[in-house]
Design a protein around this ligand. Sequence first.
Ligand code: EPZ
Length: 429
Amino acid sequence: MDRIRIIGGNKLHGTIPISGAKNAALPLMIAALLTDETLILDNVPRLADVALLQRILGNHGVDIMAAGKRPGDHEYQGQTLHISAKNIIDTTAPYELVSKMRASFWVVAPLLARMHEAKVSLPGGCAIGTRPVDLLIMALEKLGAEISIDGGYVIAKAPGGLKGATIEFPKVTVSGTHVALMAATLAKGSTIISNAACEPEITDVADCLNKMGARITGAGTPRILIEGVDKLHGARHTVLPDRIETGTYAMAVAMTGGEVQLSGARPELLQAALDVLSQAGVSITPNNDGIKVARNGAGISPVTVTTAPFPGFPTDLQAQLMALMTRAKGASHITETIFENRFMHVQELARFGAKIALDGETATIDGVAKLRGAPVMATDLRASVSLVIAALAAEGETMVNRIYHLDRGFERLEEKLSACGATIERISG
Ligand code: EPZ
């Protein structure tokens, strides 16, 4: 299994190109199941999760062609996928595939909307909490689906097609909103989703669906209105930049000191996180090409942060912020409200000498003057990258084990960081 070796202590200087967002690319690829014409997606990141979803879609009969690089393409340019779900040959998504990636459960929505049936394995447990799918099932039932659960599979049927409805989510859910949105595009009549998630990835998917002929208004607000249409067609869409990757590298620069241009980043996608970094004493300058992040001389000030749905501080940056605050001049408080078990990184950060106390949903981090490198490993994607951030500022060597989590969500992490002066290498095998 690959590992990453980091020698800490170098400041970061240079430019980091920001890739397309994983959490938009995945539902966009799934949305291709809604049409028998080709959906072309540009700026798709080269990630293990994207490759796995290609296999999962392939199992339904979807053809995917990845275009190669063209002369003049930037070395970091994302890939272009041509996705054609002309013939759906199988409406079952098996346990072996769905259990590897939760988001693949979302295929239930387009399969049901277009084929009027789907049999999809329940995704099962997950390192960051129980993560049920009850609200996704509720949304599909509201749209007229008959749903039963048998042998670990959700069996969904809508013999006469789905029908528009009012879906009110009792709590904000990104997965629930994606599923309701995709399913409602082909339902008869109009659908209202209230208390919808407002995450930029939802808006990106809605924009793409509208290019495919859907009639969606209000995406990006808590009330989304969808007028169902009979058919969707092919389209071309560019995946928006990854706000979590952007925030992660901003925190890495804040941690090490130095100055880095995050090229292609869009500040409005992560304003809450940028505000927290400014509060911590980091200089954040939006410009034409993205965001410049710098920390020169001064130390890191402690902060108090609570995670919340967009536009609040994202749970997907909580672990990275915690790593940063291990070096703050004083005590920080971080409260996690989205997932109940998303503190797996706390024990691992302690291996660097960090002082973190957990009390229910809140972590109190007492900043220390120095971190020391250590062998570490993590059980989820964002937790893993928080260890990389700590290692970049720690004295001596860190070995990050089990990095397949990182490969799921960060494209060329070690290349991007070493180009800015970090001593970081992948050790294969
Ligand atoms: C998405 O997960 C992201 N994944 C997550 O990113 C992200 O952390 C999360 O949204 C919150 O922003 C993708 O986009 C692929 P939810 P999702 O439905 O959609 C509860 C990463 O590292 N809930 O908004 O699964 C749930 O348990 C990842 O890239 C129910 O109770 O999150 C949680 O407490 C990890 N019943 C809360 O809602 C349901 O039926 C929010 O979950 C569904 C969700």
